[in-house]
Design a protein around this ligand. Sequence first.
Ligand code: AMP
Ligand code: MN
Ligand code: MN
Length: 326
Amino acid sequence: MSAEAPLRPPAALLDILNGARRPLLIAHLSPDGDAIGSLLALGGILYRLGKDPILSCQDPVPPNLQFLPHTDRITAAPADEVDVVVALDSSDPSRLGDVYQRGRYSRLPLAVIDHHVTNTLFGTVHWVEPAACATAEMVYYLGETLLAPEVGPDWMANELATYILTGIVTDTRGFRTNSTNARVMALVARLVAAGAPLTTITDQVLETRTFDLIRLWGRVLQTVRLDEGVISVVNTQAMRKDLGGLVRPESLVSFLLGAQEAYIAAVFTELPDGPVECSFRARPGHDVSRLALELGGGGHPLAAGCTVKGEVEEVRHTLVERLRQC
Ligand code: AMP
Ligand code: MN
Ligand code: MN
């Protein structure tokens, strides 16, 4: 591990946040722990700076993140009198969902805070940091720059440290990704010292799943195939008909990459309205983000995704061929 420099938010972003009165913060649809953690953390920072932030996300907070304080403040409802929009953990505008598309916010300044290498730079001000392990890590540096000078060294009091650590644990899968470096681990120590409950967070984010999800894994795994290093499964609507609205098999794709014979893993999920959601993972030395971007999605070299049209087994057949070359 080398001693990576701290992350520095650009002045233009600090200006736009300092000048905001009622900022609308939006996390990506199907939110994960980094989306929700970044949203709650930046909301808390801006609130403590005397602003009136609105926290929004098109989709509900998943059950395993509801242990976080104040998730009830996250809404999908349109907001009025907004003066700035902030997109979090979102690599393109479609990730913001209806909250942004229907809200007539397009004439407002849009600040983009994200760590996806595939970010399409769709805002008016951007802070895109592919070296950050999570958007929540970037939000920490925003707090250190904006809030610490105002309220002193205890600026992470209350829930901020918990939110930030939740984002980091999620996106590093418990400090196991190659984005986990000395800078990240030093920050984790500060977050734990500030009171973030590491054990609760790792339990909730990495180890907690419903019985229905385990049943879905059982069905989906029956479709597993290994095609010259690419391991894949399909998840159809029929497999989920008695599973109470459950759609995604969550971390199954990372589990699949554990196959010794595989260098790429893929899950193909038939969505309720027809298209196929594709989730990719790769071992170091490969890059699935370029294929995901080409197909209208995005992500990181080792973890990316996209949504495409087609019949689910045909999509698997076509994309496994492409993935073999990644
Ligand atoms: P997932 O496989 O859903 O855990 O996603 C892996 C990575 O790819 C995450 O960083 C996501 O933000 C990104 N990603 C997944 N689906 C999409 C999509 N449709 N568009 C853009 N990025 C995506
Ligand atoms: Mn995310
Ligand atoms: Mn993220």
